[in-house]
Design a protein around this ligand. Structure first.
Ligand code: RP5
Length: 181
């Protein structure tokens, strides 16, 4: 029967499968104008080899898309959501209200109010619906936090984080040494 046919997967096909690995982290942002800030999170996840997806979801301009995204994320295998937004930054909080997954909020600095408006919108969540909020524009830390959370699901990410911390420390020590000599 058909099941007797040996399945051979070529190297190219294998690479293709790896490239399409199911995303574990979902990065969303309110507008494409947030991309210059949020792209740092993408770069970190790429460096750590974390499969992720990235798209635009706006709490105000695409409310139905936002609820569909939040409701489906866990079922689709996403483990953590990183949500960036500026101004009246309701996206991270509203998504957190509709998913059991951990949500990390990135306050994006707009042209007015220096991003403090966004920081306050994201961090001041009511009891019962937490959003882990990072510093203004610091999507790097959002990605690093997401990887730490993934460590609870796959310990290889914890190992990678340990290596990252050692490398980071070493880099500072080298700079200190240079300064002292
Ligand atoms: C927010 O409003 C977005 O997250 C963005 O930071 C800000 C401005 O959006 P645009 O007017 O640039 O699209 O929803």
């Amino acid at each position: 029967g058909k099941s007797d046919i040996p399945i051979k997967i070529s190297v190219a096909q294998k690479l293709d499968l790896e490239a399409k690995a199911k995303p574990l982290v979902g990065i969303i942002m309110g507008s494409d104008s947030d991309l210059p800030v949020m792209s740092a999170a993408c770069a970190v996840l790429e460096d750590f080899g974390v499969p992720f997806e990235v798209t635009i979801v706006s709490a105000h301009r695409t409310p139905h898309r936002m609820s569909a995204y939040a409701i489906s994320a866990s079922k689709r295998g996403i483990k953590t959501i990183i949500a960036g937004a500026g101004g009246a930054a309701h996206l991270p909080g509203m998504v957190a209200a509709m998913t059991p997954l951990p949500v990390i909020g990135v306050p994006v600095k707009g042209s007015c109010l220096d991003g403090v408006d966004s920081l306050h919108s994201i961090v001041q969540m009511p009891r019962g619906v937490p959003v882990a909020t990072v510093a203004i524009n610091n999507s790097t830390n959002a990605a690093l936090l997401a990887i730490r959370l993934l460590g609870a699901y796959d310990s290889s990410y914890t190992t990678k984080m340990e290596q990252f911390l050692l490398k980071q420390e070493e880099e500072v020590l080298i700079k200190a040494q240079k300064l002292e000599t």
